[in-house]
Design a protein around this ligand. Structure first.
Ligand code: DGY
Length: 305
């Protein structure tokens, strides 16, 4: 069995994969270019993919008729053309559950970093700016009794809600069946946790941002294209909303340049699941999905669309 791993993964998962077949992994730890990816997968029975790999019909064709499974090391799988793969009899799997807490922790950390101006204060000191304590210095806003609007009430959205409730926040939700407009009007904090699909692309656009309170902030830890990043920069510059904290970007790894200059914006480089424990569990789960399929068994986390 030939198992292609598109980018370095923790050793524990490689051990599992090596027991199931011959593993190929690039020497260099960087995203493969589309042409390199197609070349690498030739003859693969299984592919372990990353969220930056575009896996579509051309990749399946390059792999050839032996391809049986693509295991994405992520809960999101918007990088995979699932119908194109399943139509060819290739199973697609993801890694739900294991990154719920890590991602909610990061989302809540971003919320605190923004509302308590933690990143801004850190920048001030590093810039060696003079400062002194006074009662009006760098005031933020408290979270107690504020309303958190969760867009996408799945596992991560619920974990975020749990954290917010522990901080005394009131939580409202919007999902597929309930419209987001009321939530946007009501919420002091809007936190996005829906997957990226054709329906959620630019869910937060100029019109949606206009519905938010001028004192409200936006947190995005799901996928960049859920937000129209240019419309967000416009809204922040026009003070239509008070701030934003983003872990994901519309054209990752690029960031809308206007956001980089704003003090009321906190930015992190897609760190939602980035803990040693979580990334290890994600890779192990991907390996478990691969070994199950190669052994002719049902994988634990098939995705269907
Ligand atoms: C995921 O699993 O989809 C996350 O974005 C990875 O951090």
């Amino acid at each position: 069995m030939r198992i292609v791993v598109t980018r370095r993964i923790p050793e524990a998962a490689l051990v599992e994969l090596r027991a199931a077949g011959k593993v190929w992994m690039p020497e260099e730890d960087r995203a493969l270019e589309p042409g390199e990816l197609r070349k690498a997968v030739a003859g693969a029975d299984a592919i372990v993919s990353m969220l930056h790999d575009r896996i579509d019909a051309s990749v399946a064709e390059a792999a050839g008729p032996g391809l049986r499974v693509v295991a994405n090391v992520a809960v999101g799988y918007d990088n995979i053309d699932v119908p194109a793969l399943t139509g060819r009899g290739v199973l697609v799997t993801n890694t739900p559950g294991v990154l719920t807490d890590a991602t909610a922790d990061l989302a809540f950390g971003l919320l605190l970093a923004l509302t308590r101006r933690i990143a801004e204060g850190d920048r001030l000191l590093r810039a060696r700016q003079p400062w002194s304590f006074h009662l009006g210095f760098m005031l933020g806003t408290g979270l107690q009794a504020k309303t958190l609007g969760i867009v996408g009430p799945g596992q991560i959205g619920q974990a975020m809600a749990k954290r917010a409730e522990a901080f005394g926040m009131h939580v409202v939700y919007s999902g597929r069946s309930d419209p987001k407009e009321e939530l946007l009007r009501q919420a002091d904090v809007v936190s996005l946790h829906c997957p990226l699909t054709a329906e959620t692309r630019h869910l937060i656009d100029a019109a949606a941002l206009k519905l938010m309170k001028p004192s409200a902030i936006l947190i995005n830890t799901t996928r960049g294209p859920v937000v129209d990043e240019s419309a967000l920069a416009d809204a922040l510059l026009a003070r239509e909303i008070a701030g934003a904290a983003l872990d994901v970007f519309e054209r990752e790894p690029a960031v809308e340049p206007r956001l980089l200059d704003l003090d009321n914006v906190v930015l992190t480089p897609h760190l939602g699941s980035a803990t040693v424990e979580t990334r290890t569990q994600m890779a192990l789960l991907a390996a478990e999905n691969i070994t199950a399929v190669l052994a002719g068994k049902e994988p634990p986390n098939p995705v269907h669309r």
